[in-house]
Design a binder for this molecule. Sequence first.
Ligand code: NAD
Length: 257
Amino acid sequence: MIRTAIIGAAGRMGRELCRAVLEDENMELAGGTVEPGAPELGADLGELCGWGKSGVSATEEPPSDAEVHIEFTSPEATIEHLSYGKSVVIGTTGFSDEHHKKLEEAAKSVPVMLAPNMSVGVNVLREVVSEVSRKLGSSYDIEVVEAHHKHKKDAPSGTALFLGRAAAEGRGLDFDEVAKYGREGVSPRSEGEIGVHALRGGAVVGEHRIVFYSEGEEVEVVHRALSRRTFADGAVRAAKFVASASPGLYSMGDVLS
Ligand code: NAD
């Protein structure tokens, strides 16, 4: 049994994670934290996620005996929580370059698994996108379009960047040099550009489309998350991986392989 604490247990993903851990026979829910002063403080985590009474309450600080943390909060909170010094699976998105340096620093002493999308499908798709991009070649124009629910804070999504990088990689391009975020006004397409566009609305869990256009055809690679459970299941799989991993920065690719 891997004693696991959910950091950000009252969030949309936090609740899904509590349920996934409670339902997994090899995992034990050691605790779950909420933002200081949050109304869910002291609530039963099983009841909070609709699983039923678990006897584990939401706290402001994680229990000291948790072996692994799973964190889906905000970039600032996640960086602050590196001071816990625990093996951690991080699903939070929207990190800056400065944040990434701190994550790399933390990974020198504990295993840190970081993935902007924990679903198995998206991570398998990464290879497919890179390969399709390579095989179609430079005459095909690439556009990445993502859609999420209206409460999502960061744009474009971490997954759009992840898949955009894969498309650029397949062509030997540096994504940061060719990415074009949205278009407005007079904005003709330049050679090798990869357009990235974010739609926000309703309750969309997550959709990513990578489109390759030539003069004569359109090739589209699509991923649609049907429920947040797919991210939670991936995070639980990653938690089992980090529980016995050496210090280092890991991706979902490491977990799946
Ligand atoms: P949310 O706003 O519903 O939940 C975030 C929760 O974190 C909130 O309940 C908030 O109160 C809590 N929080 C903030 N600071 C905290 C602190 N210091 N201590 C404890 N809790 C704190 O958002 P969400 O939809 O659950 O998404 C959370 C993050 O996960 C976002 O960055 C989102 O983009 C990302 N996400 C990643 C994946 C993935 O597969 N990697 C999938 C879905 C969402």
